[in-house]
Design a protein around this ligand. Structure first.
Ligand code: HEC
Length: 217
């Protein structure tokens, strides 16, 4: 390789490494779960969870305490001080938060909510249309415009249930567990950030009643 072409390659690589994060920040959604997740974030999560008998919240707070050089109790208090109403992360501008949230989604929520976040997870007795997070007519007003982030935050911490019908038409109740103790507040905000990222590329002037449904991924 000549010196000029070497320098040119170096220059191109530098440009790519500068531009790629900016590019990712502007198009963080909607995207398949696997693309939202940075593999290193999932490895970190699996490693964090490898100590037996820890909830994700306990593992997260223990790790946070070490990082901050404070006691686990102090880390818990700081986590508790996070807002219940305002997401500290920005789905449109923080692909790292989207990725870490997507990892939590994959390990805690996907079995019901589905790999495509469409309400078709394998452990739900029947698919739930209400849980298709890609239907913008249904979602847009409450995600990008309204208070869905804090509503979701509360639902995830409190759990919920819905009446549905099984394949034979018999009424059934499908429950979502509460994550009050299982996830730290920061973890709940991260997973909410991932859910918000599914709407992140909808144009600002989009109206929910215009027939613009995001295709299911
Ligand atoms: C055992 C199955 C199950 C698991 C696991 C589960 N959910 Fe749910 N989730 C449900 C059901 C059922 C509903 C209620 C659906 C309805 O009301 O139509 C629901 C509702 C929700 C809603 C409210 C949706 C809305 O329309 O406002 C959110 C947000 C949510 N879940 C997020 C999560 C997240 C995040 C996780 C993982 C941390 C999770 N869920 C884990 C079954 C589950």
């Amino acid at each position: 390789m000549t010196k000029t072409s070497f320098l040119r390659t170096r220059f191109m690589l530098a440009m790519v490494s500068l531009l790629l994060p900016a590019f990712m920040a502007t198009c963080s959604g909607p995207q398949p779960l696997a693309r939202a997740i940075v593999p290193q974030d999932e490895q970190d999560y699996i490693e964090m969870m490898s100590t037996a008998d820890q909830t994700p919240a306990q593992a997260f707070l223990a790790r946070r305490a070490v990082k901050l050089g404070v006691s686990v109790e102090e880390a818990r208090q700081r986590d508790n001080a996070l807002s219940n109403n305002k997401n500290p992360f920005k789905a449109r501008h923080d692909p790292s938060a989207v990725s870490r949230g997507a990892v939590i989604y994959k390990h805690e929520c996907m079995t019901c909510h589905g790999e495509k976040v469409d309400g078709r997870g394998p452990t739900l007795p029947v698919p739930l249309k209400s849980l298709n997070f890609h239907r913008t007519g249904l979602r847009f007003d409450i995600t990008m415009r309204g208070g869905a982030a804090s509503k979701w935050f509360k639902t995830i911490r409190a759990g919920t249930e819905v009446q549905a019908k099984d394949a034979e038409g018999n009424p059934i109740t499908i429950k979502m567990p509460n994550y009050l103790d299982r996830l730290s507040k920061e973890q709940v905000w991260l997973v909410v950030t991932y859910l918000q990222s599914l709407d992140a590329d909808i144009p600002k002037n989009h109206t929910p009643d215009s027939a613009h449904d995001i295709p299911t991924l």
